[in-house]
Ligand binder design. Structure first.
Ligand SMILES: NC(=O)C1=CN([C@@H]2O[C@H](COP(=O)(O)OP(=O)(O)OC[C@H]3O[C@@H](n4cnc5c(N)ncnc54)[C@H](OP(=O)(O)O)[C@@H]3O)[C@@H](O)[C@H]2O)C=CC1
Ligand SMILES: O=C(O)[C@@H]1CCC=N1
Length: 270
């Protein structure tokens, strides 16, 4: 794989750098972040290079025919583009910004080719599903390289860009709802006498077991639910309590709200 430059070494930039390094140790990684200390520390940790400036990073990436990942917050993309946009002609860019379409990003970095990723925070341990959206006409070798990068963070799924907002609702943001659920399950255990740390372990293992079972069997989760639920038994009491609180529609609402926010951002209204 060609050299990868990453601008922004916060939560996701760090996850991408460490994921790529773990999967492809010989790939050159060059980093830049306005917080030099943390960026430099990360570069040292993964045996990468910390660039003196974004322009230096671009020069290295161009020399190595590489790809540059934009891993700054969406609201910082315009400022970054003012600084380096004109230097990006011919560059292959991957943007992970929520709520910023390829149509918005490309003119900020004229002459570049842009692919969008939507990962989630499990990229930190190489367990993220990553949506990859590329416009028609993207060079096949760029798309291939982008998918290789995405796979080093977990799994890659090619998606039409129009569905990236929904993917954000289900996965990029959705993983946070799963954290809420794990915490809530553990609190439920604690309320019923299991100390929180032990209840948390139990909740996590239960969740992992559920996910693995769905994945391994390919069974519909609704079918698995009915297999757990004995007539007149314990589970149906819990399910009834969940639905009294409108659990299913609440989760659907959460996905819809995050999706709508991403769409609003894409329209430049947030
Ligand atoms: N966090 C998540 O779970 C996910 C995030 N994303 C997307 O990933 C992107 C990054 O998010 P996240 O990692 O959480 O954000 P972070 O704030 O953790 O990281 C961004 C980093 O970029 C730095 N930065 C800001 N401006 C510049 C600049 N001009 N040049 C270089 N570095 C700069 C920031 O510094 P400072 O902090 O000082 O501003 C910070 O260190 C966002 O676009 C977000 O939408 C996508 C999926 C999941
Ligand atoms: O909350 C956010 O905007 C970012 C994008 C997806 C996850 N975190």
């Amino acid at each position: 794989m060609h050299t990868i430059g990453i601008i922004g070494t916060g939560v996701m930039g760090t996850a991408i750098a460490t994921g790529v390094h773990a999967a492809h140790p010989s790939t050159g990684i060059v980093l830049f972040d306005i917080n030099r200390k943390t960026g430099q520390a990360l570069a040292e940790k993964i045996g990468g290079t910390f660039a003196q400036s974004p322009k230096d990073l671009i020069q290295t990436v161009k020399q190595e025919s590489g790809t540059m990942v934009l891993a700054v917050k969406p609201q910082h993309l315009e400022g970054l583009a003012q600084e380096i946009g004109k230097d990006c002609e011919g560059l292959r860019l991957i943007s992970i910004a929520a709520g910023r379409s390829i149509q918005t990003i490309e003119p900020l970095f004229p002459g570049s080719s842009v692919i969008r990723f939507m990962p989630n925070i499990a990229a930190q341990i190489g367990k993220s599903i990553v949506a990859v959206a590329a416009p028609e006409g993207t060079a096949p070798d760029f798309l291939e390289e982008a998918q290789t990068i995405a796979k080093s963070l977990g799994e890659a799924v090619l998606l039409d860009e129009s569905l990236i907002a929904a993917f954000t609702g289900v996965s990029g943001s959705g993983i946070a709802y799963v954290f809420s659920f794990i915490h809530a399950l553990a609190l439920g255990g604690t309320e019923n006498g299991i100390p929180y740390p032990k209840a948390l372990t139990i909740a996590v293992e239960t969740l992992l077991g559920a996910g693995e079972l769905v994945k391994a069997t390919g069974a519909n989760p609704a079918e698995l639910l009915t297999r757990v639920t004995s007539a007149g038994g314990t589970t149906i009491k819990g399910i009834a309590a969940l639905e009294k609180g409108a659990f299913t529609s609440l989760i659907m609402d959460a996905v819809r709200c995050a999706t709508e926010k991403a769409e609003t951002m894409e329209k430049g209204k947030a």
